[in-house]
Design a protein around this ligand. Structure first.
Ligand code: UT7
Length: 324
């Protein structure tokens, strides 16, 4: 018998305001057709003034707790993946802990940009299998609208705000691929590529919040190559292939990247959860959002094998295989 981290609940939250591509045509030199054909994005949600990343994260966490039939008191630890915390410190996780009314346990943030949720899942799993926690809330929450240069058409049309959350709980497994829970992981980063996707501000450099800067074509090239590779690395650890996968739940950055990765994995698009059209790229929130929407749509069911994969600034990238 081995200890596994099993998904007990999932939930998400999206800010009320929806911005259609047509609305962006009025503010930057772009077209609905360009955005759709290059990225697959049709609309995105944007947080209201005074609505913070921790508000989005806390709402998603409450939805996940409800889905699990648990309360905040049942949780030992909160791991939040975000690059857009409310403040430089304290962590977004402690802000969410407070908003959930939790006065015990501990929380901390993980920053691996768009790959953040994959890193957060891996770390939450480590807390559970090492016996340091029984139940962990894993949250991806972002307000990327706040780090957009709204005059840069190459980036501002691509991103959106949102949050998603999972509740993981310790369970005894047999140690086989049939166990429910998180089964395999692959994490990577390579700081040589730090200049192709970054924010041009920070505490220790210029004391500004800064704006997101991206060499889109370069990131695209790395994404197509690295995402299928990391997914294969995780599946190889289980002697699984694309044929064993019920759903790919990819980071939702670009429909062309999502299709290219599925193709390289030999998985048809009928087995890929796609939400990028409605959410845009919500960075670390995109995978838990897509998991939650995938369950809501009736696509993801208990027992299914899910592969998540993501890449973002750093570059940092990785994948996780989950039996739901
Ligand atoms: O989540 C983190 C990871 N991020 C990603 O995965 C993003 C990866 N990259 C991408 O998704 C794509 O590279 C983009 C969607 C960002 C861009 O697509 P692309 O096919 O690589 O286009 P491009 O950057 O080569 O731009 C093509 C043309 C350029 O004009 P010229 O140089 O051909 O005259 C751009 O100036 O499109 C122009 N352009 C636009 N036109 C209308 C750039 N942005 C826009 C825009 N509207 N919003």
């Amino acid at each position: 018998m081995i200890r596994r981290a099993v998904v007990k609940g999932v939930g998400h939250y999206l800010p009320k305001r929806v911005v259609e591509n047509a609305e962006l045509e009025k503010t930057v030199d772009t077209t609905d057709d360009w955005i759709r054909s290059r990225s697959g994005i049709e609309r995105r949600h944007i947080a209201a003034k005074g609505e913070f990343t921790s508000d989005l994260g806390a709402a998603a966490a409450k939805a996940a707790l409800d889905n699990a039939g648990m309360s905040a008191d049942d949780i030992d630890a909160i791991v939040v993946a975000t690059s857009t915390p409310d403040l430089t410190f304290p962590s977004c996780a402690t802000m969410i802990q407070n908003k959930l009314g939790m006065t015990k346990g501990y929380g901390f943030d993980i920053q691996a940009v768009c790959a953040g949720f994959v890193f957060a899942l891996t770390n939450a799993n480590a807390l559970i299998v090492s016996g340091q926690a029984e139940r962990v809330l894993v949250i991806g929450a972002e307000t990327f609208s706040r780090i957009m240069d709204w005059e840069d058409r190459a980036t501002c049309v691509l991103f959106g705000d949102g949050a998603g959350a999972l509740v993981l709980e310790a369970a005894e497994g047999e140690g086989t691929n049939d166990d429910r829970g998180l089964l395999a992981f692959d994490l990577n980063s390579d700081g040589r590529h730090k200049d192709i996707l970054y924010v041009d501000g920070g505490v220790s450099s210029n004391q500004q919040t800064g704006f997101l800067r991206m060499q889109g074509k370069e990131v695209f090239r790395h994404a197509v190559e690295k995402l299928a590779a990391t997914a294969h690395t995780s599946l190889d650890k289980l002697n699984m292939t694309g044929d064993d996968v019920d759903w790919i739940v990819p980071h939702q950055a670009n429909l062309r990247i999502i299709k290219g990765t599925a193709n390289r994995m030999g998985v048809g698009m009928d087995r890929v959860v796609v939400t990028v059209s409605d959410h845009g790229n919500t960075s670390a929130a995109s995978i838990p959002l897509a998991l939650s929407v995938g369950v809501e749509r009736g696509q993801i069911k208990q027992g299914h094998v899910i592969v998540t994969e993501a890449i973002g600034g750093g570059l940092a990238w990785g994948s996780v295989v989950i039996r739901w």
